[in-house]
Design a protein around this ligand. Sequence first.
Ligand SMILES: [Zn+2]
Length: 197
Amino acid sequence: MSQTKQPLPEPVRRLDTPEGTIFYVLRRKRVKNLNLRVGAGGVAALSIPWNLPQSRAEEFLREKSGWILNHMRRAREVKSDLLPQPSRELCAWQLMEALLRMYPLVEGYGVFLPRLKLRTMKSQWGNCHWAQGYITLNTALCRCPEKLRDYVALHELVHFLHHDHGPGFYETMDALMPDWRERRKELKGYGAALESP
Ligand SMILES: [Zn+2]
């Protein structure tokens, strides 16, 4: 009878530190130094030399607790599901629709309907070129729900009234889209769309 060797699941240990609780697995290996990483599941993995006492390992984790907890939090952040990237034509249409949906909100302030340019950008969802009369929207917005496209389109339209992010800008956003802060927060969950155009 052949026996398949299944690796035993590693016990997840916990360590309470003043900054929070660290969950980790301890691996004794033929290494010279302590080696620490935080996996995608938000559990830290610490490799230590065979003969190192566990107390020394825990001391090390306490020293690094700020760094570990930071990475644990980031690993557990909710990532929202991206919509599939549509064709360039459909994407252009979707973003134009967002602009046309939001434009009536600022029309009464005397804002002219701007031209729309599409760009694939890594760090910005949109841009307002108020002096030149156009806004740029990131094609990655097509991977986000409609209400988030609307939020970015309105944000850029409001820049025709307030060029910077001063109090006047936020007052106008509050008046025109009372839930814009929630939408901004939701948009952060779609950050992966910026990295995978
Ligand atoms: Zn802005």
